[in-house]
Design a protein around this ligand. Structure first.
Ligand code: SAM
Length: 248
């Protein structure tokens, strides 16, 4: 898959790194006054919301071509990526040919490598995936950072503001599934705005799915206004409901 950014992304030799606080089994952002994930230590939330919310086990097993593109808003600690890598390993062990995965993720405040290592140390049962990813995690300024943690998956981590990136992003094939994972819409409204949702819709095709932990009315209205059909489904842990959607 070809990936590029049209002009418009402010360039910087050094990105603005995240300030994170690690407290036992959670990682938080003092700046946004929110947590990177809400189920401490484990990863059921990533699996339930993003992996199953996009029906990835079924879709990847049956395959829909030679490439499958996953888009994410908010890379953070990379937990969703590690859980996806774990799913790919399980599917490979069951046999069959998987599509080549392109994980395109947008992040304004990347973690420093030492903070990423500490944060990923929290996740139980993801140490293999964490080790593979930490081995290739390099941030060299703003723009697209390409990393291949293992054969079969390429991570395109794009450093910058989600609106700038999603406006400038050009992909040679559409996104198949979106993980919408900004901080809570009340604390991080820029991640959920209508212009951002319109950009994500432009990068999608009929059948593209999305999943997010939030059921915020504003977020759903923005998604619907952009063209996605959304529905509330049962959530995970303390979150009774979540949102999934599709391009009709
Ligand atoms: C809930 S966290 C993401 C959690 C992540 N998926 C994980 O597995 O750890 C939200 C992320 O959105 C990023 N973010 C906040 N505002 C942003 C913006 N305007 N553009 C791009 N990223 C932004 C934050 O830095 C943070 O990493």
């Amino acid at each position: 898959m070809e990936i590029s950014l049209a002009s418009g992304i402010p360039s910087a030799s050094d990105p603005e790194y995240a300030t994170i606080s690690i407290d036992g089994e959670t990682a938080g952002s003092p700046v946004f006054d929110d947590v990177y994930f809400s189920d401490a230590g484990g990863y059921l939330e990533s699996e339930h919301v993003f992996i199953r919310g996009n029906r990835l086990p079924e879709r990847l097993r049956t395959g829909n071509g030679t490439e499958f593109v996953i888009g994410e808003t908010g890379f953070g600690t990379g937990r969703n990526l590690l859980v996806l890598m774990k799913l790919l390993r399980e599917l490979r062990e069951q046999g069959g040919t998987l599509p080549e995965i392109h994980f395109v993720t947008m992040e304004k405040f990347p973690l420093r490598p030492e903070d990423l290592k500490k944060a990923q140390g929290i996740f139980r049962n993801l140490s293999r995936e964490a080790g593979l990813f930490q081995g290739c995690y390099r941030i060299a300024g703003s723009g697209i950072q390409t990393m291949v943690p293992e054969p079969g998956i390429t991570v395109h981590l794009i450093i910058g503001d989600v609106l700038d990136i999603s406006t400038a992003l050009r992909l040679s094939r559409p996104v198949d599934a979106w993980f919408l994972d900004g901080f809570s819409p009340a604390r991080n409204p820029d991640m959920w705005s209508l212009p951002v949702m319109r950009n994500l819709f432009r990068l999608s095709i009929p059948g593209t799915t999305l999943a997010t932990y939030t059921v915020s009315g504003t977020v759903r209205r923005n998604l619907n206004a952009a063209g996605f059909a959304t529905v509330k489904v049962s959530g995970c842990g303390r979150k009774r409901e979540m949102t999934v959607g599709e391009v009709p």
